[in-house]
Design a binder for this molecule. Sequence first.
Ligand code: SF4
Length: 327
Amino acid sequence: MKTDTIKKYNIPIFIPHEGCPHSCVFCNQKKITGVQTSVTCGDVEKIIEDYLTFLPKNNRYIEIAFFGGSFTGLSLDVQESFLKTANRYGEFADGIRMSTRPDYINDDVLRLAKKYNVTTIELGLQSSDDEVLKLNEREHIFAQTIQASKLIKEYEINLGLQMMVGMYGSNPEKDIKTANDTANLEPECVRIYPTLTLSGTKLEELYRKGDYLPYELDMAVDVTDKVMQIFEEKNISIIRVGLHSDESLTDGKSIVAGPYHPAFKELVLSKRARKMIENDIIAKGYKDCVYEVSVPKSSVSEAVGHKKCNAVYFKDKYNIDLKVVER
Ligand code: SF4
């Protein structure tokens, strides 16, 4: 018997810098979200209603998602008015999710979240290295992430965690340790963001002075691959790799430096596939031939590589014609 799979959707409501008195060196939240004005409950209603007109009615799991700022840093009254508004759509949406900082989690905000059916809370932990957190002016330490993660689970709310790769003061070893420390907190899902140097941030100043050297794209791809494998081994869902490529980021002025690519995750998976194929080619001593690999439909583009980069690579290096067939 055929069973339709449930597809997950978010109705994203971006709250730029609302409730956030910090200025982490890498963050220009207004640029990231593309939204520069304050959001009202009327805006929340309109966004939800617009999305509901085109999201499927069946076989879907919808969460209304407050992203962008530090939701639980808002006053409890403001949080309540947003949550009450979102919760009115409980007949159409399956839950509410929000992103916030680890040091903004306490019993008061979790009681409120529970009252209005918040299903998932995502914490931006960014790094598990306190020195890196300090250099990036995060103003919290990793112990607070551990504490907040435990508390969220005690309230039976799904935990999501967001980490960064290549932060100021970090290195591949620290990034991999962060991934292991993050996985040990047993989140339901994670997001992985390679650090970008955005205009108007303190990171831009550090970069221009030569104090911060961003990862090259290739290095960010390699480190992210290792980080992803840590989560994959523990069956932790990776719901995002790299920032969304919206117009506010790709206007040619917003990203000053860093490993930005509009299909960053695809690059990681392409390179992973390339390594596996190359190991086999080397082990068997193949060259000047056709190499056929059979993969599931969903992995065909990874095997061929982003813009056929793997096919070109094997042709150039081994005079091998890569033939990818669907399993
Ligand atoms: S806490 Fe979040 S929203 Fe606030 S400055 Fe830092 S990264 Fe940006």
